[in-house]
Design a protein around this ligand. Structure first.
Ligand SMILES: [Zn+2]
Length: 443
């Protein structure tokens, strides 16, 4: 085996990292019917599970079989697992769900989120513990299928999408201000053609005084039975935020960029706008959408102090936010830790809450039977700094780092080789390690 003695029968139970030796019988196709097959493909042993959906915040072993969570228990015998990974000292959470990213890359269009402003997801997700993203409206009904074949279908990351109410999507100024291209019917038709993949309708970047973009988006969302996500564009007195969240949006609709301070989310005195509390009572959802220009500590810190936490933490990942203050999902989560939000609440807003918001209740938790999307995180202590979208810094003493990520039960990222054998314990001419039962890349 490749570092993991197949624990058939009276197998090895040690958790030490050097249990290597024999070549993989499974790999050689020799796993005979004589030895009972291990019950589990992969066992994460000794970690501290935080699974807010199930109210778990305790030491637990997590076993995976057939790409799904098979058991979460105080102690699971390694003899039952084909492969065991020691994750002691680490947190084990559901794979992170980031519902605001921009990943329609590859079209070659300049200065466009349906092009050069987007990034390919796999380079930014697994290394941050993210297993599911939702693109926030890069494509509309006219170019969604191009987006799908170009990026969604080719990504290892689970990519969902909000469909832009603009038929041409997020291609920039002229397109995104064109009211004539904001049609509810074809948008809803495209959403209904891809149920579960198109998880919502997006309206964004609109600068005019009209309510029409919001109204058309809600119309499409109503017809397709999906939520609407709003980036409210320019702040216009003709269409105030208070009216948007207390009247125009439906329960389950999502207001993103909640800590931007760009559209009266805060009163002049620095308090959370009363309309936000009223809207929350109605069931309107508030999302972070950090991005390159939409997160300010001067808004977020007092809001948290006032007890107004965002429902979902998301990055608004794109080519400039990733190297500016936002950086990645774990950095944004670290900001909430630094603002005093307890880790389980940060995890809830990065897993179960967003999964539910986009109608994927099978994701964002570690219930037995759920897809085994898992993040193994290290909580580091030290002297750290977090930077907002406007260059303000908040100092902190904790941050999160991703050690290991599983997508559908397979290791897709392993920073320090927790799942790997030491090279000098392998055969002198070793060429490959790993096993398709647990390893997405070792082949
Ligand atoms: Zn965005």
């Amino acid at each position: 085996m490749d570092g993991d003695t197949p624990r058939r029968g009276a197998g090895v139970k040690t958790m030490t990292p050097s249990r290597l030796a024999a070549p993989s019988l499974a790999l050689l196709g020799l796993a005979g019917p004589s030895g009972a097959e291990p019950k589990y493909d992969l066992l994460l042993k000794g970690g501290h599970v935080i699974d807010p959906r199930n109210g778990t915040d305790a030491p637990r072993d997590v076993a995976v079989a057939g790409g799904r969570v098979a058991a979460v228990e105080a102690r699971i015998d390694p003899a039952l697992a084909f492969k065991t990974v020691d994750v002691s000292g680490l947190y084990v959470t559901p794979g992170l769900v980031d519902i605001h990213v921009h990943v329609y890359a590859g079209t070659g269009e300049r200065d466009s989120y349906a092009g050069d402003n987007s990034v390919y997801p796999d380079g930014f997700t697994f290394r941050s513990g993210v297993t599911t993203v939702a693109d926030a409206g890069c494509a509309g009904w006219r170019n969604f299928e191009d987006f799908k074949q170009r990026v969604i279908d080719r990504s290892r990351t689970r990519v969902l999408a909000f469909l832009n109410i603009v038929g041409h999507g997020m291609r920039g100024g002229p397109w995104e201000q064109d009211l004539a291209d904001m049609a509810a019917r074809p948008t809803a038709v495209m959403a209904l053609r891809h149920p579960g993949l198109v998880v919502g309708i997006k309206t964004a970047h609109y600068e005019g005084p009209d309510w029409m973009p919001v109204e058309r988006a809600v119309e499409a969302g109503t017809e397709a039975k999906v939520p609407v996500m709003v980036d409210f564009g320019a702040n216009r007195s003709e269409r105030p935020l208070a009216e948007l969240v207390t009247r125009k949006l439906r329960p389950g609709d999502i207001y993103t960029h909640v800590h931007s301070g760009l559209r009266d989310e805060q009163t002049g005195a620095g308090a959370v706008a009363p309309a936000l509390f009223e809207a929350r009572k109605r069931g309107v959802i508030f999302d972070v959408g950090h991005g390159g220009g939409s997160f300010a500590f001067r808004v977020a810190v007092p809001a948290i102090r006032e007890g107004f936490l965002p429902d979902s933490i998301s990055t608004d990942l794109h080519i400039s936010s990733m190297n500016a203050g936002m950086k990645d999902m774990l950095n944004v989560m670290g900001k909430y830790l630094a603002m005093g939000v307890p880790l389980p609440e940060v995890v809830r807003r990065s897993t179960w809450n967003p999964a539910r918001q986009v109608g994927h209740e099978e994701l964002g938790h570690l219930s037995v039977g759920a897809p085994a999307d898992v993040a193994v995180l290290r909580r580091e202590t030290g002297r750290f700094g977090f930077v907002d979208s406007f260059g303000g810094r908040l100092r902190g003493t904790e941050r999160l780092a991703c050690e290991l990520t599983l997508r559908d039960g397979k290791v897709v990222y392993d920073l320090n080789g927790l799942a790997r054998p030491d090279w000098d314990t392998l055969p002198p001419d070793y060429r490959k390690t790993g096993d398709p039962r647990w390893d997405a890349y070792g082949r």
